[in-house]
Design a protein around this ligand. Structure first.
Ligand SMILES: *[C@@H]1O[C@H](CO)[C@@H](O)[C@H](O)[C@H]1NC(C)=O
Ligand SMILES: *[C@@H]1O[C@H](CO)[C@@H](O)[C@H](O)[C@H]1NC(C)=O
Length: 375
C-alpha cells in the first residue's frame, strides 16, 4: 500500500477514503480475475490448491480492508533510543486500535540500516497530503490509548516505555532483529575479546554522558552515574560469573577511561576508547549477555534486546525533582527492577530481568492507575 498511495495529492479525508476504496476494489477485482498476478502484497494464490479462482480467499476474513484500517504514524524525533521507542509504541498502539501503522521516511532512514523492521514507509508526498490528527503521548501506557479516535493519526512525543509494547515482546524483538552483517560484526568483535577465556560472560556497559552531565544535576535535580555506581554494578557481575568481560560504550569515553578501573584486564572500551557510532555501539550492547546502563532510552533498549539482567541507576531523580512526573521509574524499568540486588534500598542500583516476566496479551499494565498520586 505504501507505493500505491505515494502519489495521492492533497485531498480531504473523505475523498481520500473513497479514492483508496476505489483502488482496493479495483485491485481485488484484478486479483480475482487473475490479471494481476505479480503485484502488491502477496495474497493467497488462486491456483495453489487447484481450486477455481472464484472460490479462493481474496483477503483473510478478519482483516478489514485497508481503507477501514486507516493510516497511523508517529513522529520521528531524537536519536536511536527515542526512535526505537516511537516505532515500538506506534506498532503496539496501532495494533491495539485496529489501525494500520506506517513510518515516516526519516525513521526508516535511521532504523532500516540496522534492523529488519517491517512497517511500511510513507512517501513524503503522502506525509504532506494526509490531514493528520496529532495525538500527544506521555511516556507510559494509559487506558485512553486503547481508544484513540481517528483514521489518520500521527502520534507525537517521546514514548519508549515498555508499558506500551511489552505484551508484544516477541514481535518487537523480531522487528528489532539486526541485519546479518550487523550481527556478524558485533559477534566478531565480541569473539575477539574472548582471548584465553573459555567460559566468558559478556556484560555491555552504557555510560550516558554528553548533555546529561549538566542537565541531570542542574536542570532535572537528578543523579549522574558515578565511578562508585559503575564499580558496584561491575562487582555484581564479577561475583556472579566466572569470566565476565565488560564492553564499555559511551558518549563520554574520556571520562570512562579515567573513571573505570580496567586494571583487572576484563574491561574493553568500544571503538578503541573513542566515541564510536551509535548503531555499532548499540549492536554490541544488544549482543552481550547482560547490561549495565546508567540512564536513558538507548541503554534501556540495549538491555531490552540483550535480555539477561540489566543493572540501572534507580535513583536518577531526586524525590523533589520537577521531572518526577515525566519519568516514572516503573514505566521505564520492568517491575522487578524495583528489586535491589544489594539488599539496601538506599543504594543507587536496581536490576531487571525482562525474560522472567510473563505478560499475557492484552492488557499491558496501565501505570496511571498504579501511580494515582502523580500530578
Ligand atoms: C560457566 O560459568 C558459569 C557462571 O559463570 C557457571 O555457572 C558454569 O558452571 C560455568 N560452566 C562450566 C562448564 O564451568
Ligand atoms: C552470551 O553472548 C554471546 C555473544 O552474543 C553468545 O554467543 C552466548 O551464547 C551468550 N551466552 C549465553 C549463556 O547466553
Amino acid at each position: 500500500m505504501a507505493t500505491l498511495v505515494s502519489w495521492v495529492p492533497f485531498w480531504p479525508p473523505l475523498r481520500l477514503s473513497i479514492f483508496l476504496l476505489a483502488i482496493m476494489t479495483f485491485s481485488i477485482f484484478l486479483h480475482s480475475r487473475g490479471w494481476f498476478p505479480a503485484s502488491g502484497r502477496r495474497l493467497p494464490s488462486s491456483n495453489a490448491m487447484g481450486r477455481p479462482p472464484a472460490m479462493s480467499p481474496i483477503l483473510p476474513p478478519t482483516t478489514p480492508p485497508a481503507t477501514e484500517r486507516g493510516m497511523w504514524t508517529v513522529n520521528s524525533a531524537g536519536r536511536l533510543g527515542n526512535q526505537l521507542g516511537q516505532y515500538a509504541t506506534l506498532y503496539a498502539l496501532a495494533k491495539m486500535n485496529g489501525r494500520q501503522a506506517y513510518i515516516l521516511p526519516e525513521m526508516h532512514r535511521k532504523l532500516a540500516p540496522l534492523f529488519r523492521i517491517t512497517l511500511p514507509v510513507l512517501s513524503s508526498d503522502v506525509v504532506r497530503s494526509v490531514p493528520w490528527r496529532n495525538y500527544e503521548l506521555h511516556n507510559w501506557m494509559s487506558e485512553e490509548y486503547r481508544h484513540i479516535e481517528g483514521k489518520y493519526v500521527r502520534l507525537t512525543g517521546y514514548p519508549w516505555s515498555w508499558t506500551f509494547y511489552h505484551h508484544l515482546r516477541q514481535e518487537i524483538l523480531q522487528e528489532f532483529s539486526f541485519h546479518d552483517h550487523v550481527k556478524e560484526e558485533a559477534n566478531r568483535y565480541l569473539a575477539g575479546l574472548r582471548r584465553q577465556r573459555w567460559n566468558v560472560t559478556y556484560v555491555g556497559v552504557h555510560v550516558r554522558r554528553g548533555d546529561y552531565v549538566w542537565l541531570m544535576p542542574q536542570v532535572r535535580k537528578g543523579v549522574l552515574a558515578d565511578k562508585a555506581y559503575l564499580e558496584k554494578a561491575m562487582g555484581y557481575f564479577r561475583a556472579k560469573y566466572q569470566e565476565p568481560v565488560f564492553v564499555v560504550t559511551s558518549n563520554g569515553m574520556e571520562w570512562c577511561r579515567e573513571n573505570i578501573d580496567a586494571s583487572r584486564g576484563d574491561v574493553y572500551f568500544s571503538g578503541d576508547g573513542k566515541e564510536s557510532s551509535p548503531g555499532r555501539d548499540f549492536a554490541l550492547l544488544a549482543h552481550c549477555n547482560h547490561t549495565i546502563m546508567t540512564i536513558g532510552s538507548f541503554g534501556t533498549w540495549a538491555g531490552y534486546l540483550a535480555g539477561g539482567e540489566t543493572i540501572y541507576l534507580a535513583n536518577y531523580l531526586l524525590p523533589d525533582s520537577p521531572f518526577q512526573w515525566r519519568f516514572k521509574p516503573l514505566a521505564f524499568f520492568l517491575p522487578d527492577l524495583m528489586m535491589d540486588p544489594f539488599g539496601d534500598s538506599q543504594e543507587k542500583v536496581g536490576r531487571t530481568n525482562p525474560q522472567r516476566l510473563d505478560f499475557s496479551p492484552p492488557p499491558p499494565p496501565c501505570l496511571t492507575k498504579v501511580h494515582a498520586d502523580a500530578p
